[in-house]
Write a protein that binds this ligand. Sequence first.
Ligand code: ACO
Length: 351
Amino acid sequence: MSSTKNEILTYAGYPITELEDVPYEEIVLLLWNLRLPTESELVSFRRELVSQMKLPAETVRLMGRIAKEPQHPMSILRTTVSLLGTTNDNEHDEPPRILAKMLTAVAAIIRIRNDQPIKRSKPDFGVVENFIYMFSGKRPTREQIEMLNTVMVLHADHEFNASAFTARVVASTQSDYYSCLTTAVCSLKGPLHGGANEQVFKMLETIKQTGQDPLEYVERQLASRQKIMGFGHRVYKHGDPRAAILREIARKISYETGNEAYFEMEEQIRDFMFEKTHLHPNVDYYTAVIYHCFNLDRDTFTTMFAACRTAGWLAHIMEQREEGCLIRPSSEYIGETNRHYHADKEAHLHE
Ligand code: ACO
């Protein structure tokens, strides 16, 4: 599990800076078992995930209908996860199969929305390689696999963020995996959490398309007390350690794909925001440009986040189930007390 003690992000005690190039599936096992897997465990887990990257036929049929509606992809994902929890085989689902299905569902949503056929996983491809292949339809280059692997590792878990906490609350009632994951997706969707990556790119596109000066745009937003998406964090007040790593990936991929104008705009806004507000970019700031460079539509960015974060959600759900303790905070009513129903009703009648 992850921790952000002293603003240093660790997974099961290992600093994230030592894990950025580790295969995503190894990170998943680390989060789930709190120890590094042996080589044979890793090989068999990889094989299991790849072989399970498929969806029940009935889910695919229903997805074909709902994904074509003019709905937000995160709403489609929410409904898809819920649908997965109603198929006959969900009773036998365990975390590896569930993670494989979530990756497949996100890739399928991206394909269906673009009127493209769903791709089957290839047994000789790795997990990240298959994921890219299944959403893009093309075999990725080694460099693309490495870049997206790091993005996936950095998004795998983040202690008690809003969506993990939501999943834990549901898990604490001993509800099923899919119910927990459905609520986690709902929570991630919001722009103050995972939905921020889409809003970051919306801002960059607006500035580019309208030919505005980025700094004047940001200044106007701040003057009207609007938040600049992709900045600030509840935990990190001196910079998000994930953003530093993602910045370099965004720089590299944006220049390689001819999207450097977006990255350079981000650099300008980053410096300006620090000067004006002392706020730092968070994890969502640079992924916006990275996902765009992977040819993804802006409104699918948060589904990518959900795909990566499923590893962490499942780790939290498993831990919460083991604890067997119901999360039930109490609230304190601070309104008027000592009121009397009949006396107040009588008084209203005479008003
Ligand atoms: N742009 C402008 N001002 C900001 C921003 C921002 N992005 N973030 C915080 N502030 C300001 C607030 O307006 C507030 O100002 P005030 O004291 O004058 O009222 C002050 O900084 C403190 O802000 P809070 O919202 O209280 O800080 P908090 O730690 O609670 O918020 C949050 C963290 C919700 C992430 C916030 O920074 C924000 O809304 N950022 C934009 C959305 C975003 O990028 N979310 C993704 C977060 S990472 C993730 O969830 C994966």
